[in-house]
Design a protein around this ligand. Structure first.
Ligand SMILES: Cc1cc2nc3c(=O)[nH]c(=O)nc-3n(C[C@H](O)[C@H](O)[C@H](O)COP(=O)(O)OP(=O)(O)OC[C@H]3O[C@@H](n4cnc5c(N)ncnc54)[C@H](O)[C@@H]3O)c2cc1C
Length: 395
């Protein structure tokens, strides 16, 4: 790992690795192979992880969690992703949402929602932004008020009434706590006209639709949900009215190395599979790692992975500790971690030869998992647009 991690961080990573190998690895392939995507959800494993404290890593200590920082969580996620992505991603979704409640919530919200979350070992959470007609428009926000979120929240005294539909949201229908992004000012651009509400998953007026049948991350389900006159009290607004995306920018995007850790962890796992195979596979009278071609391909993979990892640790550390941190690094590190996958998958398939395409060889699931988050937090083309927006232009 080569980053100056503390003894405590390394111990937590070791606990995670041990848990993932003991409790998840033996059942991962069986869960991944279920025909009905809804049956892939790792309920038992989430519950066991919770008893080890892994679900509540982002909850502050005074509310019963571990109060870890972004770097620690990135290390745990990167470690867990090397065994099975879906389980550790269910946990990191919990970190992301509870971190937002801890940092943006009122004392009353923290007392109610974090307490409920900590006490229930089966509690997982969702973020409801993407809709059937609005995906990238919620991420690459533009001044036109007609672009972005269609779901509305209309004020009715002390309450807001929510109507609309959401698509592709992670863990929806399994979640007990959900952060809902809805439009509260239809005449303002999305960045000034949307509000974040905290909902219970079993609230009246919510209906769940199909769970998507995905190629990768199958233990981490995504689904449709529909909202008909769902009433939320104003006390359950997270952050400012009309300030939902400013909050995400401030708390979730700046402070999130999540998808970066998923991708680099998966790429590291693919490297390990290739390295092991190259030591065991004999061709030309010797292990293929002794052929300079194969050794240099492994070196190529390793170099790219190590550079992406070191940038990720810097990003994760900077998010919490560096007042001069430039949030553009979060976007570029995500882009680099996606491109890492694009770079190493063809190399891996070269090293593995024919076995790399066999469904019962571990690289098959890793390749499916590696391509899954490329659109996440915005596609790479939008990441480039967002980075381009920060360039100095001629005066
Ligand atoms: C595994 C998984 C987990 C997810 N989890 C969640 C979740 O928890 N919560 C949630 O809310 N959503 C979630 N999503 C949805 C995800 O955030 C969206 O899929 C993503 O934002 C892209 O939106 P889209 O699919 O609608 O693509 P589209 O918006 O249809 O984009 C398609 C293409 O058009 C391009 N494009 C779009 N707009 C522009 C523009 N203005 N300028 C230039 N190019 C543009 C894009 O770059 C892309 O190339 C998840 C999806 C998956 C598959």
């Amino acid at each position: 790992m080569q980053y100056p991690f503390t003894e405590e961080q390394l111990a937590l990573a070791e606990l995670t690795r041990d848990f993932m190998e003991r409790e998840v690895a033996p059942v991962a392939a069986e869960l991944d192979a279920k025909t009905n995507q809804g049956d892939c959800y790792p309920k038992e494993q989430i519950n066991k992880a919770s008893h080890l404290g892994l679900r509540t890593l982002a909850v502050p200590k005074e509310y019963g969690g571990a109060g870890t920082d972004e770097l620690t969580r990135a290390l745990v996620l990167w470690t867990g992703a090397q065994t099975e992505l879906g389980v550790i991603k269910c946990l990191s979704q919990c970190w992301k949402v509870t971190n937002a409640i801890a940092r943006l919530g009122t004392d009353d919200q923290k007392d109610r929602w974090l307490k409920m979350f900590v006490e229930d070992h089966d509690c997982v959470v969702s973020i409801l932004s993407t809709e059937p007609e609005t995906g990238s428009d919620n991420i690459y926000r533009q001044p036109d008020p007609n672009l972005g979120l269609k779901t509305t929240a209309v004020k009715d005294g002390d309450w807001y009434v929510i109507n609309g539909a959401k698509r592709f949201n992670s863990l929806v229908s399994y979640s007990k706590i959900m952060l809902m992004y809805a439009r509260t000012d239809p005449n303002a651009p999305l960045s000034e006209g949307a509000t974040c509400f905290i909902l219970r998953g079993d609230q009246e007026g919510i209906r769940y639709g199909r769970i998507e049948d995905k190629m990768g991350w199958r233990l981490y389900p995504n689904g449709d949900s529909f909202y008909e006159n769902v009433r939320v009290h104003k006390d359950d607004i997270l952050g400012e009215v009309n300030g939902a995306y400013a909050s995400i920018e401030g708390i979730i995007n700046r402070g999130n190395a999540e998808l970066i850790a998923c991708s680099t962890g998966l790429c590291r796992a693919l490297f390990n599979v290739c390295h092991q195979h190259a030591k065991e596979r004999i061709q030309g009278g010797k292990p293929i790692i002794e052929h300079p071609t194969v050794a240099s391909l492994l070196a190529d993979m390793l170099t790219s992975i190590e550079v992406a990892e070191q940038f990720m640790w810097r990003v994760a550390w900077g998010i919490d500790n560096d007042p001069t941190y430039n949030s553009r690094f979060t976007v570029s590190s995500k882009l680099i971690s996606d491109r890492l996958g694009m770079h190493i998958v063809p190399i891996a398939l070269d090293i593995l030869g024919g076995v790399g395409i066999m469904k019962d060889f571990p690289s098959e699931k890793l390749v499916r998992d590696i391509i899954t988050p490329w659109h996440g937090a915005g596609t790479d083309s939008l990441a480039l647009l967002r980075i381009a927006q920060t360039l100095d232009l001629p005066a």
